[in-house]
Write a new protein. Sequence first.
Length: 668
Amino acid sequence: MLNQKSQQAPSRVVIENVRPAVDGGRFPAKRIAGDACEVTADIFCDGHDVVSALLLYRAEAEPAWHEVAMQSQPNDVWTASFLVDSLGPYRFTVTAWVDEFKSWRRDFRKKVDARLDVSVDLLSGVALIERAADRAQLSPSDAEILHRWAADLRSDKPLADRATLALDTALAAIADRHPDRTRAATYDREMPLWVDRERARFSSWYEMFPRSCTSDPETHGSFRACEKRLDYVAEMGFDILYLPPIHPIGERNRKGKNNSTVAQAGDPGSPWAIGAPQGGHTAIHPDLGTLEDFLSLKKSAEARNIELAIDVAFQSTPDHPYVREHPDWFRHRADGSIQYAENPPKKYEDIYPFDFESQDWQTLWDELKNVVFFWLKQGIRVFRVDNPHTKPFVFWQWLIEEVRKQYPDTIFLSEAFTRPKVMYRLAKLGFTQSYTYYTWRNTKQELQQYLTELTQTGVREFFRPNFWPNTPDILPEFLQFSGRPGFAARLVLAATLSSNYGIYGPAFELLESEPVAPGKEEYLNSEKYEIKRWDLQRHDSLSGLIERVNRIRRENPALHSNDYLRFHDIDNEQLIAYSKTTVDGANTVLVVVNLDPHHKHSGWLTLPLEDLQIEAARPYQAHDLLSNARYLWQGERNYIELNPDVMPAHIFAIRRRVRTERDFDYYM
């Protein structure tokens, strides 16, 4: 109960539903440095008084709040925005109060307009102005102006003149700078926000096994050989080169070709089976080279605007030094042996999972943190994390927070093909990007429903999708029978539906599609278990198309985010149409894809011209950036036809008609 004798009356203002909010503010929403973070809140009070509200924000390291006036929208919704200009954590909240001066001024104007006697009301206003002057002591010029204004309103001038002066807009603005906030209500929590660098929102990943950077499958590739392949990756337009684990591989229980439980002489084993007498997670496979060779590769990649990403796979082989030095870091079976990894009926005899709840868990956690920090100190800022959903959530939250304290520019990609709530929880805890179900979403309905969930619900505040049409672990059924048109369609969909996407190459551009067995989504002769020789010069390679798609992505800011994705009606279930646009509408990209890799399809596309800022009475140009063909359209309905054997997709830049001073029309 309130102590009515010792406390002033409580605030009459209600503040609810402050957004962006992830689980009510338990976890931070995410933005990119340079973004304007728009905040909305439901704010109201009883009766008819005017409410004023401020958005308060600060970088977490800043001691003082910045203030931005909020604007009232219909239905008691208030909005304001602030610019996030540095990496790391921010805080924001909302405060609001019943504004006596604004309430008085609004009602005073109504009475003046109604020609009522306002002499007493004028005196009420004078009192409010004088109190505002008293609150303006830190701004002497404002205080002087307000005192003079109050004196003029008390003068012997005609009432009509004083009423006009009372409604002076410029003087009212000065009074508004010094409101009475003694009964202000402040939202009951500070909302967290995390700010990443631009590559967290817009990136193109290329996965490549360094051991396969060789012209001879009998010869192990090296970092030096990988450097020679960087131009190939750069020419296709990728900005992140992801390397599977680069560490020594165990000998005991090593897997052979096609995941055979018996390795033959010369079988290199799975890179994810980490650990050998030569070292573990901070060591480099001796056949790949040295740490100096790795750093040379990193430097050469950066010279081509490619960032190197490495794999974090927290597991060990039976040969890992951890097994000998810290056997208590692992689970033991009833017979005393260490438990290898299982996902029944799958068995991974070459891998021992860590026991994150062992008696010595703190030492284990600190060691795994040291692994990540070792690579951070080598300049690595992008990590693809293997199976994070099989480790405790609290571990990842702790680890990522520890990393962010010193390296806020770090990007973590979650490889968690698991249940939606688990994937989302990992994103809330700090993972920057995540693999998704895109790999298995093939129909128009599936794609539209999934993208609507990712981009038009609260999920968009914390989950950044990264679309991969294939991975070394996954050869989707669709790619097994769709041929070149299917690969091309899945490339365009991934690269334009999501601002972050990646491919596992060269398997993707070289159209690898043979499964290990019917009904299986694994590659025959998988590169996970053997060294592959790739013929990068093959005439049927998709590398040229990949280069065009990545160039289109770079040159069109509309494709740099997922914020303004919108699907459009097209009267054929085998055709999907959608657009992305920039916030200012200056760049609009329209994509139409034939989802059937075997047959030509056509349909009538309907576009919302007003939403796309296109005049219905004027023609506009659809410039296909894939083929460079240009189509002159007019009106909301236009005909589309796509033959997958030619090209299964259009990526249109929508160019509006502009007339110059010399009456010359062009499209932009």
